[in-house]
Design a protein around this ligand. Sequence first.
Ligand SMILES: [Zn+2]
Length: 267
Amino acid sequence: MLRKALLAALIPLSAAAAELPIFDAHLHYSHDTWETVPPKEAIAVLRKAGVKRALVSSSGDEGQQRLAAEAPDLIILELRPYRSRVDARTWFRDDTIIPYLEQRLKQFSYAGIGEFHLYGADAELLVPRRVVQLAKHYGLLMHAHSDAEAVERLFVQWPQARILWAHAGFERPDRVREMLRKHPSLWCDLAFRPDPAQGGKVDPEWRKAFLEFPDRFVLGTDTYTPERWHYIPEHAAWARAWLADLPPEIAERIAWRNGEALVAPKK
Ligand SMILES: [Zn+2]
């Protein structure tokens, strides 16, 4: 409760900033979540938070399908190469992942493939290579929880790839800027990063990144555990508070316009 009161005190926002719609580009909704936060409740949480659109993936793929059935206007599907949580540690060496992905891709329409965990030279293994080919074939965004090295290796395999770099690789803003300069089709989600702002003030190093690349950042809550679904409204409020410290046009882009551009059908 104290945390809530504190948060309210930190958000003396203008009406415009308070109403800023949010595109949440990093949500998961796996089987252990729909048991504790059923689809109707999950959608209500998103609406309460002012999340207008959300890029959602889930291990097993079923959770997000349930959400999409509940709110097709809100949920954008992303296909994760995990049938269950344990696949996160082994998928890149497991060739049974490929027929699973192929079957899902035939059945449903996705905006992206991911979020997947992939580091360093593992990006050269046969399964990730095949995933890149599938992304290319279906024109999908790749959502990579990766170090810079794996991102580089993915771009070598497919120079025109569109990669959403989860958590901005947990890299420092100057390194993030280097990567964005080098790769014009790289975007960063800011999920699970407290460092872009403190007390509603944008960190000076991050400000430089946002001003240099206003089109390349998106927000994300990262609901990797069921409890984090209840954190979505608080996260949205926190994001609106620090976005209000940026020029309004840039705030709008990071809040939702960039996310929309990222998933817009290619012409
Ligand atoms: Zn995640």
